[in-house]
Design a protein. Structure first.
Length: 477
C-alpha cells in the first residue's frame, strides 16, 4: 500500500503544513489504496515561491533549449519504464479499467516525443521583415510560472500534456492533482526527482478545490493550464481575466457521432462502446450522442444495443473488464440522476437503467445505459453526464444531422460513419468542434487537441501545445 507523507515542493519532499493525511479508497470495494499528504494554502505559498525563484533567478529559463530537451528525454525514459506500475495504481485509485489505463500509459512516451519534436523544430529566434524594410529579431520566451490543474480521470496524460511543454518552453511548474488520484501524482513527482530537474522547477501538490482556487489566484502565477469541467473552467477564466493571466482550458463535451445512410454497420456497432463508454464514460471527448438516419433507426439501434449489452462490468483490475466503477459515490449519484431525468423526459430505455449491476452493489457502479427516442433538447442530450450513458437521436437528412450535431453548447469532438471518406470529410468541415473522426480514425499527438465554444480555450499536443507556454518578443535591430 503506497503512502506519501510528504509533498514534493520545488524538488524537495516536505511535510504538509496542516491537516490529516488523505485516505485514497478504491471505488470498486472501498478498500484503502493508500494515504497521501495534501496541500494547504501555506504549501502553495512555498511551491510558488520556489517556482518564482527558479524562474526569475535560476538557470532553467535561460538554458539552451537542447539542454531542456535532454532533461525531458531522461524523464520520458524513466516514466515509460514504469507504465505498467502506474496503470495499476491509477486503476486502483479511480476505477478506470486496466485495459484503458494500460493502453493510455503506453501512449505517454509518444505524447512526450511529439512535444520533443516540436521543440526541436521550433525557431526559438528568427529574423522578421522584408528586404529594404525595418528588421526585427523575434524570440520565443517562456511565459513564466505555470499552475497546471488536472482532473482524476486520466491523471498522467492530463499532467504531462501540460507539464512537458511548459518545461520545454523554460517555464517552472506547480502541478495540482486531484485528491482522488493523489498517489499516482506523488509517484510522478518521484520520477521528476529521479530525472534531475533543477531546484524549484517542479512541485506536485494534491489538494482540494479550495486550495486549487488559491493557487490559481496566486499573484506569483503567470499562467493557468486547466483540464476539468466547464463550470470550473468558467470560474478559472474569471479569475484569469481579473488578473490578466494567460489561461488555457480543456473542458467538457457532448460529442455527436453521425451515422450516414451508407455506413457499414458492422464497423459502427462494435466501435460505439469504445467511443461512448471508454474510461467508464468519464471522458470529455466521449461520443455520447449517436445520430442515426430515421430510415435506418431501428436497425442501427438494435445493433448498438446488442453491442452495449455485451460489455463486461466489474473489477477494474481484471483485464477482461470493459467498464469499472465511477470514481466516487457522488459521481455515481450524479449519473443515476441523469438516467432518471431521461426516463422522466420520455426517452425510451433500451439498455441498462437505474440501480447497480448485480453483485457490484458495494462499489460506485452504474449500468451502461442506452436511450432511444431522444430529442436533442432533452437534458440527457444537452448536458455532459460523465458516465456510461449513450443517447440515440434520429435525423431526417444530412443537413438535419449537421444541425443536431452543432446544437450543443460544447464542441470538443465528434465523428461520422460512412462508406465514402470524401462525404465524411464534407460533414467534418461543417461541424463546430475541435476534433472530428471519420470512421473512427485517430489523429496522433502532433496534431492539436482542444475545443470550440464551452469546450475550452487553446489547444494541447505537439507544436500548438508547446506554443501556449511561450511569449513572443520582438526586438528591433
Amino acid at each position: 500500500m503506497p503512502d506519501y507523507e510528504n509533498l514534493y515542493i520545488g524538488g524537495h519532499w516536505l511535510p504538509q503544513t496542516s491537516g490529516p493525511l488523505l485516505d485514497v479508497r478504491s471505488p470498486h470495494d472501498q478498500s484503502l489504496v493508500g494515504r497521501s499528504a495534501q496541500a494547504s494554502a501555506a504549501d502553495v505559498d512555498k511551491a510558488v515561491a520556489a517556482a518564482r525563484k527558479a524562474f526569475d533567478d535560476g538557470p532553467w529559463p535561460t538554458l539552451d533549449p537542447k539542454e531542456r530537451q535532454s532533461a525531458v528525454r531522461r524523464f520520458n525514459e524513466l516514466h515509460a519504464a514504469r507504465a505498467a506500475e502506474i496503470a495499476a495504481l491509477v486503476t486502483a485509485e479511480n476505477g478506470t479499467p486496466y485495459w484503458f489505463t494500460s493502453s493510455l500509459q503506453t501512449q505517454m512516451e509518444e505524447q512526450t516525443n511529439a512535444f520533443l519534436r516540436a521543440a526541436e523544430a521550433l525557431a526559438w529566434e528568427e529574423k522578421a521583415g522584408s528586404p529594404g524594410s525595418a528588421q526585427a529579431l523575434v524570440r520565443r520566451e517562456p511565459v513564466g510560472v505555470v499552475a497546471a490543474v488536472i482532473p482524476w480521470n486520466a491523471p498522467h496524460q492530463s499532467a504531462l500534456v501540460k507539464v512537458i511543454p511548459a518545461l520545454l518552453a523554460g517555464c517552472t511548474v506547480i502541478l495540482k492533482a486531484s485528491p482522488e488520484t493523489a498517489l499516482d501524482a506523488l509517484l510522478l513527482a518521484g520520477i521528476f526527482e529521479e530525472a534531475g530537474f533543477p531546484e524549484g522547477v517542479i512541485s506536485v501538490l494534491p489538494a482540494d478545490r479550495q486550495t486549487s482556487e488559491y493557487l490559481i489566484a496566486h499573484p506569483g502565477v503567470d499562467k493557468i493550464a486547466f483540464t476539468g469541467s466547464t463550470a470550473a473552467g468558467r470560474r478559472i477564466a474569471s479569475i484569469a481575466g481579473e488578473q490578466l493571466k494567460r489561461v488555457s482550458l480543456e473542458l467538457g463535451g457532448k460529442s455527436a457521432s453521425i451515422v450516414l445512410d451508407d455506413a457499414d454497420l458492422a464497423q459502427v456497432a462494435p466501435a460505439v462502446p469504445y467511443l461512448a463508454f471508454g474510461n467508464n464514460g468519464e471522458s470529455c471527448a466521449a461520443h455520447t450522442r449517436l445520430l442515426v438516419p430515421r430510415s435506418r433507426y431501428e436497425e442501427v439501434l438494435a445493433l448498438v444495443a446488442a453491442a452495449a449489452e455485451q460489455v463486461t462490468v466489474g473489477d477494474p483490475a481484471d483485464p477482461g473488464t470493459f467498464i469499472g466503477p465511477l470514481v466516487t459515490a457522488v459521481q455515481k449519484e450524479r449519473v443515476q440522476s441523469y438516467i432518471q431525468s431521461g426516463i422522466d423526459e420520455g426517452a425510451r430505455l433500451v439498455v441498462g437503467g437505474l440501480g447497480s449491476p448485480e453483485g457490484l452493489e458495494q462499489g460506485n457502479y452504474v449500468r451502461p445505459t442506452v436511450f432511444a427516442d431522444v430529442d436533442n433538447s432533452m437534458r440527457i442530450a444537452q448536458e455532459e453526464i460523465f458516465g456510461p450513458v449513450l443517447v440515440v437521436i434520429a435525423y431526417e437528412d444530412e443537413d438535419d444531422a449537421v444541425r443536431i450535431a452543432n446544437d450543443s453548447p460544447y464542441g470538443l469532438s465528434g465523428g461520422v460513419w460512412t462508406s465514402d471518406p470524401e462525404r465524411g470529410l464534407a460533414i467534418a468541415r461543417r461541424i463546430r468542434t475541435g476534433t472530428f473522426l471519420v470512421n473512427g480514425a485517430s489523429f496522433g499527438f502532433d496534431a492539436p487537441f482542444g475545443g470550440y465554444k464551452a469546450s475550452g480555450i487553446g489547444r494541447e499536443f505537439g507544436t500548438a501545445g508547446l506554443g501556449t507556454y511561450l511569449e513572443y518578443k520582438t526586438i528591433g535591430v
